[in-house]
Design a protein around this ligand. Structure first.
Ligand code: NHR
Ligand code: GAR
Length: 222
C-alpha cells in the first residue's frame, strides 16, 4: 500500500470542491494524494482540473449501461485498480445502489448542499427559501444506501439574506462553506479521527449528533 492515503474523487461537473481538495493536498492540509478522478460526463470541467494536477482521470458514462447495478459494478471494478482508502463524491449527480455503497461502506463521503437532515435530494436552496428558513448551508456525510441519509460528519451554515436567490445561495455556500468544510472533513477521515459505526459517525471517540460537528470559522481555520 502507498504510504500516503489514496483518495478517489467522483464528479459530474465544475469540480470546484475537487479543486479545494486538490489544493489542500498540495499545501499539506490533507495528508493524502488523489489517485483518480472519475466523471460520468466527458465534458465535466473537473476533469481538466485533475489533468492539470497530473491526477489520472476516468470517464464512465451511465447511458452505456443497462441498469444502475451494472453501472455501479463497473465503477467498483474501475476504482479497485487504484485501491482508494477514501471515495469522495464532489457534485456527483448519480444515485448509487447498495452494491456500491456496501463495497465502500465507511470509506465513502458526500457533500450535500443543505443542513441535513433538512432537504435531502435536489433543489435544496429553492426549498430553503420557500420555507422561509433563516440559515442554509452544507453537510459532509457518510454515504449509505439511504439517499443523503448517511450519518453527518461536519456542517457549516450562512445566514440567508432578504436579497438571496437560489443561485446566490448556491454560489455563496459553495465558496464560503463547502470549500472550507470538505477539505477539513477529508483530513479528519485521513487521520482516522472520524469513523462510521452502526449507530452513526464518531469523532475522537464520541458519537456525533444527527447534524454532525458544527463548523465555526475562527482566525486559525479561515
Ligand atoms: N447515493 C447514495 N446511495 N446515497 C447518497 O447519499 C448519495 C448517493 C449518490 C449521490 C449526492 C446527492 C446530493 O448531495 C449523492 C448522495 C444525485 C441525486 C439525484 O436525484 C440526489 C442526491 C445526490 C445526487 N440524481 C438523479 C438520479 O436519478 C439524477 C439527477 C441528474 O442527473 O441531474 O440518479 O445531493
Ligand atoms: C456543490 O454545491 C455540491 O454540494 C452539489 O453540487 C455542487 C458541485 O459543485 N452537490 C449536489 O447537488 C449533489 N446532488 P462543484 O462541482 O463545483 O464541486
Amino acid at each position: 500500500m502507498a504510504d500516503r492515503a489514496q483518495i478517489a474523487v467522483l464528479i459530474s461537473g465544475s469540480g470546484s470542491n475537487l479543486q479545494a481538495i486538490l489544493d489542500a493536498c498540495t499545501c499539506k492540509s490533507i495528508d493524502a494524494d488523489l489517485c483518480v478522478v472519475m466523471s460520468n460526463r466527458q465534458d465535466a470541467f473537473g476533469l481538466e482540473r485533475a489533468k492539470k494536477a497530473s491526477v489520472p482521470t476516468l470517464v464512465l458514462d451511465y447511458s452505456l449501461y443497462e441498469s444502475r447495478e451494472e453501472y455501479d459494478s463497473a465503477l467498483i471494478a474501475a476504482l479497485s485498480e487504484y485501491q482508494p482508502d477514501l471515495v469522495v463524491l464532489a457534485g456527483f449527480m448519480r444515485i448509487l445502489t447498495p452494491i456500491f455503497t456496501d463495497a465502500f461502506a465507511g470509506k465513502l463521503i458526500n457533500i450535500h448542499p443543505s443542513l441535513l437532515p433538512k432537504y435531502p435530494g435536489l433543489h435544496t436552496h429553492k426549498r430553503a427559501l420557500e420555507a422561509g428558513d433563516s440559515y442554509q448551508g452544507a453537510t459532509v456525510h457518510f454515504v449509505t444506501h439511504e439517499l443523503d441519509g448517511g450519518p453527518p460528519i461536519l456542517q457549516g451554515r450562512i445566514k440567508i439574506a432578504d436579497t438571496d436567490t437560489a443561485d446566490s445561495l448556491a454560489s455563496r455556500i459553495l465558496t464560503e462553506v463547502e470549500h472550507k468544510i470538505y477539505p477539513l472533513a477529508v483530513q479528519w477521515l485521513v487521520q482516522k479521527r472520524v469513523e462510521m459505526r452502526d449507530d452513526g459517525a464518531w469523532m475522537d471517540g464520541e458519537l456525533l449528533s444527527g447534524t454532525g460537528f458544527q463548523y465555526i470559522e475562527t482566525e486559525t481555520n479561515k
